[in-house]
Design a protein around this ligand. Structure first.
Ligand SMILES: [Zn+2]
Length: 51
């Protein structure tokens, strides 16, 4: 049996205030992301709820 734990990352675009989320494994962390709404490049300089 294969079981994966899913982590959902939530993002707010700094440019258009658009909202989106990405499901990932535990060992992935966002660095730079293009907003799917406006296409601007967002940098993850502030990660909340990080343990
Ligand atoms: Zn945007």
């Amino acid at each position: 049996m294969k079981i994966d734990k899913e982590t959902i990352w939530h993002f707010n675009c700094a440019f258009c205030k658009g909202y989106w989320s990405i499901a990932s494994m535990d060992n992935w962390k966002p660095k730079k992301l293009y907003c799917p709404h406006c296409g601007e490049l967002n940098k993850a300089d502030q990660i909340q709820n990080e343990k």
